[in-house]
Design a protein around this ligand. Structure first.
Ligand SMILES: [Zn+2]
Length: 257
């Protein structure tokens, strides 16, 4: 089954559902370690590019490393929906400490709100991926970029190495230049940033970016507490059969003994 999809930036192409052979991509440990799993999956299932949107691939094959994070995630959601249908169920643990019930939550992936890339952002992105803002406390101008697949690949490594300096490390990945600050001083400058300025930056990143909103409001069926959870995005998202396989194995081994 194939389907034409239009990503939040306008990138349009033909996507097909996953085949049995894609399981190898998802369970390949080497690929998982290199962070190349999602790129390999998208490349395998993206059959044809119809509109390049803000990207210039120089007439070559689409390079997922250069595609915006928001587009990549949208394409992955569509791939999931195309392969298994748009309904997605997962298990949630109630956050109310006096309840702690575990319940199933189901949603339609096509109903998640999508933010498209604004014409201004499209211009800035294709003109070198530079976005300008002014810090409200420090008063300095700075320039930042939107994340692409290549930046996304560096995040697991960054999380491991940044330790308790994760916020400034994350900001450092995004911020390309600060007015009056040399590249060598950038990291130290970001460490000294007021939290109000940091908060402003994160808001700005969100405001100009495109993507899919994955913060969900769910209600516990036991105590009716409404809570916010993030859409779980792990191996089970693409291989829902894994839990079925382990149930089968458990049954098989108990019937053997
Ligand atoms: Zn509850």
């Amino acid at each position: 089954m194939t389907h034409t999809i239009t990503c939040p930036s306008g990138l349009t192409g033909v996507l097909r559902g996953m085949k049995v052979r894609e399981e190898r991509v998802l369970t390949d440990r080497k690929l998982a370690k290199s962070g190349g799993q999602l790129d390999a999956l998208l490349s395998a299932c993206w059959e044809q590019t119809l509109e390049t949107g803000p990207y210039d691939f120089g007439g070559q094959k689409l390079d997922w490393g250069r595609v915006l994070q928001g587009d990549r995630f949208y394409a992955l959601l569509q791939l999931r929906a195309l392969t298994y249908g748009p309904e997605y169920a997962f298990s949630v643990g109630c956050q109310n400490v006096s309840c702690r019930a575990r319940f199933e939550w189901e949603l339609d992936l096509n109903e998640l709100p999508v933010r498209t890339l604004s014409p201004e952002s499209l211009d800035r992105f294709s003109g070198g991926n530079r976005f300008e803002t002014t810090l409200p406390d420090a008063g300095a101008k700075l320039w930042f970029k939107l994340f692409t697949g290549a930046d996304e690949r560096k995040l697991p490594q960054l999380r491991r190495s940044a330790g308790d300096r994760l916020l400034s490390a994350m900001l450092g990945q995004r911020v390309v230049e600060i007015e009056g600050v040399s590249p060598k001083e950038k990291r130290r400058y970001l460490e000294e940033l007021s939290l109000r300025d940091a908060d402003h930056l994160v808001d700005e990143f969100d405001r100009v970016d495109c993507g899919v909103d994955t913060a969900l409001e769910v209600e516990c069926p036991e105590c009716f507490t409404v809570q916010e959870v993030e859409l779980p995005f792990d191996q089970g998202f693409f291989l829902p059969g894994k839990s079925r396989a382990s149930r089968r194995r458990a049954r098989a081994s108990s019937s053997l003994s």
